[in-house]
Structures are given as structure tokens and as C-alpha cells.
Design a protein around this ligand. Sequence first.
Ligand code: BES
Ligand code: MN
Ligand code: ZN
Length: 498
Amino acid sequence: MDFNVKCGDADKLRSGCVVVGVSAPRRLSAAAERLDKANRGQLTELLKSGDIGTDCGDTTLVHSPKGRTQARRILVVGCGKDEQLSPKSFIKLAGDATRALKNSGATDALSYLVELEVEERDLAWKAQQIVMASRDAVYRFDELKSNSKAPKRKLRRLSIAVSSHEHAEAAKAGMDRGIAIANGTDLARTLGNRPGNHCTPSDLAEQARTLKKAHPALKVDILEQKDMEKLGMGSLLSVARGSRQPPKLIVMQYHGGKKSEKPVVLVGKGVTFDSGGISIKPGAAMDEMKFDMCGAASVLGSVSAVAAMQLPINLVGVIPATENLPDGNASKPGDVVTSMSGQTIEILNTDAEGRLILCDALTYVKKFNPEVVIDIATLTGACVVALGHYATGLLGNDQPLADALLAAGQTACDRAWQLPLWEEYDESLASNFADMANIGGRSAGTITAACFLGRFTKDYRWAHLDIAGVAWDTGKNKGATGRPVPLLMQYLMDRANG
Ligand code: BES
Ligand code: MN
Ligand code: ZN
């Protein structure tokens, strides 16, 4: 789907469908007003007769409007009754509009939704969100269906309309950002949706190499098992023991900032399938553990978006990638392994494998002398219990960094919520046989998992994002969401803007 920015009046520009907003009870946006006039009051009439819905996200398609309009159709989008829209409502109605356009028969459309007022958000943000919500609405994962039917008349182009030339530049900037972030989000979604046999650690490494081809500014290194052995990554390697697939440690570097500037480092959990290992999971919904690499996918998506936008920052993306499977050679409960940091770990539960691979990656990234380190992981089922599917769990050792991430999540409407990382919780990781166990007690599972990681991140400012509840949807719309790419990109853009 292509996007562009157009400047002109709603009744004068040619299109397959023109999209305008109307609030309750009968408040027309400026563009709607123009169309109403040009069509002898047809919109007012339809509003009066109750044929146009004005609840937020209602969509009404008016075919062959009866006056002089250059558009073949008018799509009226309900905006609810408030003077100003909340950012969330705006994103919802932008998505609903595109879902309606998809089924309208129009192959191109002209959207006047940026003229709607949104609380504390500017024009560029609105243009960006129209692109992102639209791309979300048309996203499909059908690469594994043998006869996937693409819609006959496809929506090919969405033009973002602004009233005057002075607004075009901001709209274009927002649109370009939206396209880059949507591409990154789509990449994260698609990698997440691929099943374990189509997305192995080697496939993730291949994906990183593909990114390098698209963006020569990227530097990509893949560390193999023998490299990890040399580095002493006994914890990461202990998870890979049960798998026939070789583990990979993927390292991507992007230099867009000053040479002297320390990098932001993103570390993404890349367990391409988590059976639990010897502490095997129950069968119900085990297929969803193909999504256990969504942290890794969000790192690949963010790195690719940053490179496409040429953001003036330095960024490193690191992905420890492996499967977690039971095998005669797999780690057993009670085994003790030595991490790259030198700390020893008693593996009391082989299903707490995410922290075992992340801890070595978190030790490894010290070599980049990071400004901050953010890890992203589908780490604990407990996070789903605590926060449900709305918020990413956020923990860390640096409040300014946590605050910046919380704010970025608010701006992007991809929110996180902070949990405490108090030392009382850390005590539950005590082991009789090693420096620590890889699980705490029954309570506060998200926090004790973060406490475990915290033992490996003492040398830098660090935040941990537990995305177990947000990385994918279950039920009828089962599939990866691409979260938290929007949050991460907002954070990185905020940084780039100083
Ligand atoms: N990948 C899972 C976490 C998970 C489970 C995410 C369900 C989303 C939905 C992780 O590796 C895991 O198995 N964690 C265990 C930790 C426990 C053994 C301490 C969990 O959450 O049950
Ligand atoms: Mn697990
Ligand atoms: Zn896992």
C-alpha cells in the first residue's frame, strides 16, 4: 500500500473515495462541510435520518454522491461526541476507516482525518498514525497458505490530505516515519508469525544478513556455538543443548550518531520454540511458544526502521537465538552452569530459559560501552497475569531511563507499566548449590525474573521489557502484534531529538 500527501479541497481532488470525520450529534469537520455543500446537503440529510453513525469508529460509505464532487465515494467516519479525540480513539478510527476502505471497492482514497483535533498531538503524529493504523488494518500473514486469495480490488494508495501547503511538510515527515515504523512492525509480526520450523535461530541470523543487504550502513556479525564457547557463555549454551538447531548470537550495529556517542543497546530474546525443555510445558496452546522470539523480532524490526530512517543515533541490536527442547543431551533440573560473568546458576526449571540466554547476552554487551541497555523478552507468564494484554511490564535499575520508556509508550499508544525491582524480591533466587537459582518462589514471577537479569546488568543503565502479554494475540485473531516496536521507535526518536 502506497502513501502520499496531497494538498487541496475535499470536493475538488479526484479519488476513488474521500474520507472525512463527523462528530456527534451532527458536527461536520471542515472537509465534511465542503462535501456536504458540494452535494446539496446530502451528508446533513443522512445524519438527520440516522443513516450515518457518529460513534467513534463508525463508518458509512456513501456511493455516487449526488452533487459535484471529484470523488466516486465518500466514507464518513464517526468521531464520537468529544471536542477533541483521545490519541487512542484517533488510532482506532484511522484503522476502522482503512478496514472500511478495504471493502469499499475503491483502489485509491484521500483521507482528511488529519484535520481532526487530537489531545496533545500534532499534525505529523496524526499523519504517522494514519499510516501505521492503515498498515495494521491491511496486514496479512498468508505466506504459508497454498491458495491465498488476495482481494480482487485492492486498496493501493492512501493520500493524506492537508488544507494548505504549509502543512504538507509536517504531514510528509509524519508519513515517512509512519512508513518506516510500519515496515519495522510488519517485519516483527511476520517473523513472529512464522512457525518454529520456518523460523529457526539460523533463519533469524539470515534475516539479519538480509537487513544488511538492504542497509549497507549496518554491520552484522553472527557468533556461532564455538565463538560462544570461547566467550564462556555456559548459560546460553545450556539451553541450546537440547536442540538439533545450532544456536546463534546475532549482533547488528548501526552508526548514525557521532563516533564518540555511546550506543543504545537492544537485546531481544530469540527462543524460536519454547517447549519448556525437560521441565516440559503442558500441551494446551504450546504452539504459541513459537512466539517466544518476539523480543528478537522487535529488535530486528527496530534496527531496520532506524536504518531506514537514518536516525542520528548509535544503536546495537543483540539477539541470543536458540530452541528450548527436551533431549537426552538437554539440561536437567538441578544442573549447575557457569555464565559468561563467572556467576554460577542452578537450573531448577528448564522452562525458565529466557533469563539463561539473556544473562550471557547482557554480559556480552558490556563491550559496546553502552549508554543504556534495554532487553525485550516474552519472559514470564506471570506478566500476563499481572498486566493482561494491554501493557508491557517494565523494570530496571535507572529511573530516568524507565521514565523515558514509559513516556515513549504513552506517546506511541504502546504502553508499558513499571513494576518494582526491590532487593527483597532478589532473595528468592538463593540456591544451596550455586550462586543463584534460575527461578524464585511462586509469587511475583515477573519481578524475580527481572531480579535474575539484574544480577548481570550492574555495570550500566538498564531496562527490561517483559512483552509476554502484548507480543501476540490469542483466540480468533491469533497472531503477532509487532509490539513493542512502536514504543522502542518512539524512545529512539525521542533520543535522536535530544
Ligand atoms: N516463554 C515463557 C513465558 C511465557 C509463557 C510467555 C506463556 C507467554 C505466555 C518462559 O520461557 C517461561 O516458560 N517462563 C516460565 C517461568 C517459570 C518456570 C519460572 C513461566 O512463566 O511459567
Ligand atoms: Mn520457558
Ligand atoms: Zn520462553
